[in-house]
Write a protein that binds this ligand. Structure first.
Ligand code: ATP
Ligand code: MG
Length: 252
């Protein structure tokens, strides 16, 4: 179950992925997504910083470097608040599986790394639904940097944490910033009971572990109507070995 802050239980399930940049969370979530669809579940996908409500403001704020740590934090909270009300909660009420690429722990880690008060950020996101499972893809800093620095275009100002003046060089600043975020995540594992996945393992072994954890939570989740294959064949007039002939009952 996923649970509203007031304790109300919603019939859907909310699985979220967290980890520093390049930890492989989108890769794993994408495979999980396809598997769940293949199994016939109703799945809704949502990702961090994607709400149309704040898109233009965020873009301008980043481009013109107007965002302070606190306004950066508030703008991301507005993004999640919008997706929560218009996307996540309705889907969970309908009994669907919701997959979120990054969730409140991204804000807790990043904003604290920018010096925002930890208690303040946690309180800011007190509207958020408690996830069914929160996966944390733990990877050493060097491994994630190796994965993402190759072939990546130049780092952006906020992405590299240049707003904090940790270092003049963007690559160096990015490393220091990601290191701070990694520390924050580490402290949240026990605080929020994050489900740790060793993200240095192969793609397949990580996915096996993820599915093993997800599977027991799927009982009773909304499923799509299975397509009656006989109906599909009959619609295309594909009679033969599997369909006796035109006009036959197609119940399967
Ligand atoms: N198990 C793995 N072993 C090695 N490389 C991997 C593994 N999983 C993913 N990668 C590669 O690492 C890179 C980053 O993966 P991915 O985009 O999934 O990370 P992410 O955590 O979503 O990053 P971001 O936070 O930047 O969105 C990709 O090039 C991906 O192919
Ligand atoms: Mg990603």
């Amino acid at each position: 179950m996923a649970t509203l802050p007031d304790g109300t239980r919603l019939p859907g399930r909310l699985f979220i992925v967290e980890g520093i940049d390049g930890s492989g969370k989108s890769t794993q979530l994408d495979i999980l997504h396809k598997w769940l669809l293949g199994e016939g579940y109703v799945v809704v996908f949502t990702e961090w910083n994607s709400s149309p409500v704040v898109r233009e403001t965020t873009k301008k704020g980043k481009k013109d470097r107007l965002l302070t740590p606190m306004s950066f934090s508030l703008i991301h909270a507005a993004d999640l608040a919008d997706r929560m009300e218009r996307q996540i909660i309705p889907a969970l009420k309908a009994g669907a599986v919701v997959l979120a690429d990054r969730y409140i722990y991204t804000a807790f880690a990043r904003d604290a790394a920018r010096g925002v008060d930890r208690a303040w950020v946690r309180h800011l996101y007190s509207f958020a639904v408690r996830p069914t499972v929160a996966f944390y893809f733990r990877v050493p800093l060097k491994e994630s940097l190796d994965r993402i620095m190759t072939g990546r275009p130049e780092l952006k100002y906020y992405e590299a944490g240049l707003d904090m003046a940790l270092a003049a060089d963007s690559n160096e600043s990015f490393k220091l910033f990601q290191g701070r975020i990694l520390d924050e995540y580490q402290h949240m594992v026990d605080e929020f009971g994050l489900e740790v996945i060793d993200a240095t393992k192969t793609l397949v072994s990580q996915q096996q572990k993820v599915r093993k954890i997800v599977e027991p939570h799927l009982a009773g989740v909304a499923e799509t109507q299975p397509i009656a294959w006989r109906d599909t064949l009959a619609l295309e007039s594909l009679y033969g070995r599997y369909l006796a002939g035109a006009g036959q009952s197609s119940a399967s």
